[in-house]
Design a protein around this ligand. Sequence first.
Ligand code: NI
Length: 173
Amino acid sequence: MAVRKILTYPDSVLRERAEPVTNIDGKIQQLIDDMADTMYHAPGIGLASNQVGEPCRIIMFDISGKDEPNDLVVLINPEIIEANGVVVNEEGCLSVIDYRADVKRAECVTVKGLDREGNPVTLKREGLGAIVLQHEIDHLNGILFIDHISKLRRELYKRRLKKLLKQKEAPKL
Ligand code: NI
């Protein structure tokens, strides 16, 4: 179990399409444990494997409330098989620092994939669960939530980020 480094935009690894998992072995179990540690440590409510630099198709999320027990859902090779309705909600991302924006998503999705034991599962989620599923599956396809906003707003964010990163690099005297 270990907290891994989360890659952040504009890291090019986040832009690659991740490859399906073909063998759910010990290495994959280790990765899933590390991803969970990383997500809860951040803290975040969802994480995709390529955000920690592993270009395979694993997502997880936990949208349980503050006072509720953890409810971790892990999906390997997830695929959206049905999407209905439209919802707009403010999103952020562990890989997109210091930014949130309204994103239009399907209101309800059905996703199929495998659980961490390799059993086929089908999830139907609406609301936040549906949003998180779409956001994390986007990651596996090299897509970030800022790709869903207007070009102008994206450019403004890029400019602000550049300044922010420059400030961070500046030597502290
Ligand atoms: Ni994200």
